[in-house]
Design a protein around this ligand. Structure first.
Ligand SMILES: Nc1ncnc2c1ncn2[C@@H]1O[C@H](COP(=O)(O)OP(=O)(O)OP(=O)(O)O)[C@@H](O)[C@H]1O
Ligand SMILES: [Mg+2]
Length: 269
């Protein structure tokens, strides 16, 4: 279990996160949703100490991580950033570097097996000897996601891991993230802006707004009221065959119904 107690982050005098308290379970996919600038990326960065914690404590399986260095943390925590820096590395280098955190410079058979497996799973064969800076945004995103997963961390932090992917790749990657989380008992925390996918794939939804967690829910319990409050925009949620569908914008309530409707037949005439 990952337990976060009274976490506060400040940058100079500005507070970026306030009183974050969470208990996250192994094998579960936790998805953070919330407005731009809410503090989602800052929260992930504070867990891996890219930004300093001002106050609070973090425990992983009752081990206090609060004072650990980034190097120590990176054995237990894998992190994929929202924006990737140019690195001038080939795909295979990125994958091998991921395993060196565990095995040192000389990789073992297990490391090579894991790398082989993820190359097949993510269909990375044709990119292996390409410089990742020359790849498309989506291709690069898949490689960084693969690299985070093969670290086999206890905690997997993914900041908008599918933002550059086409619909097929988005679904494939979310399926893999969910499956690996369960199979490998990861505690996964992923930021997503896509509400439908968030509700469909998450075990738990973390709603972060204005530096604070305003709700932490089983994804099946998330309702229109919570989402509307989070994003300050009306939201309609429908469930069909176990799939959530969301619509943001005005609702066709009493106020609007006589002004217009968006029925298809009106467009056709
Ligand atoms: N190094 C920094 N210096 C100044 N302000 C910062 C810094 N890092 C983050 N912030 C501010 O902290 C707030 C939270 O930023 P953060 O990147 O965590 O937002 P976010 O929820 O991830 O948003 P988005 O959905 O746009 O990615 C923002 O207002 C941002 O401008
Ligand atoms: Mg962000």
């Amino acid at each position: 279990m990952l337990e976060i107690k009274d976490l506060n982050v400040k940058l100079k005098k500005e507070t970026l996160l306030e009183d974050i308290n969470l208990k996250l379970l192994s094998g579960e996919l936790n998805i953070i949703i919330g407005p731009n600038g809410a503090g989602k990326s800052t929260f992930l960065k504070s867990l891996i100490k890219i930004v300093d914690i001002y106050k609070g404590e973090i425990f992983l399986d009752n081990r206090n991580l609060t004072k650990s260095s980034i190097n120590e943390l990176s054995k237990d925590i894998a992190y994929m950033a929202q924006f990737n820096q140019n690195s001038n590395l080939n795909t295979i280098d990125v994958l091998e570097i991921s395993r060196r955190k565990h095995s040192g410079f000389t990789l073992k058979n297990k490391d090579h097996d894991l790398i082989e497996e993820i190359i097949k799973e993510f269909e990375l064969q044709k990119f292996l000897h390409r410089n990742i800076d020359t790849l498309s945004g989506g291709e690069r995103q898949k490689i960084f996601l693969a690299a985070a997963i093969i670290q086999e961390p206890k905690v997997l932090l993914l900041d908008e891991p599918i933002s550059h992917l086409d619909p097929k790749n988005q679904i494939e990657m979310l399926e893999i993230i969910k499956r690996k989380t369960k199979e490998n008992n990861f505690i996964t925390i992923t930021v997503l802006h896509d509400l439908q996918n968030a509700l469909h794939y998450a075990n738990k939804i973390i709603m972060l707004k204005n530096k604070r967690i305003i709700d932490f829910q089983d994804s099946l319990n998330v309702d229109e009221k919570m989402v509307s409050k989070l994003f300050e925009i009306p939201c309609k949620l429908f469930w069909q065959e176990g799939h959530p569908f969301s619509f943001f914008g005005h609702s066709h309530d009493e106020l609007h119904k006589n002004r217009h409707s968006h029925k298809k037949e009106n467009n056709d005439t």
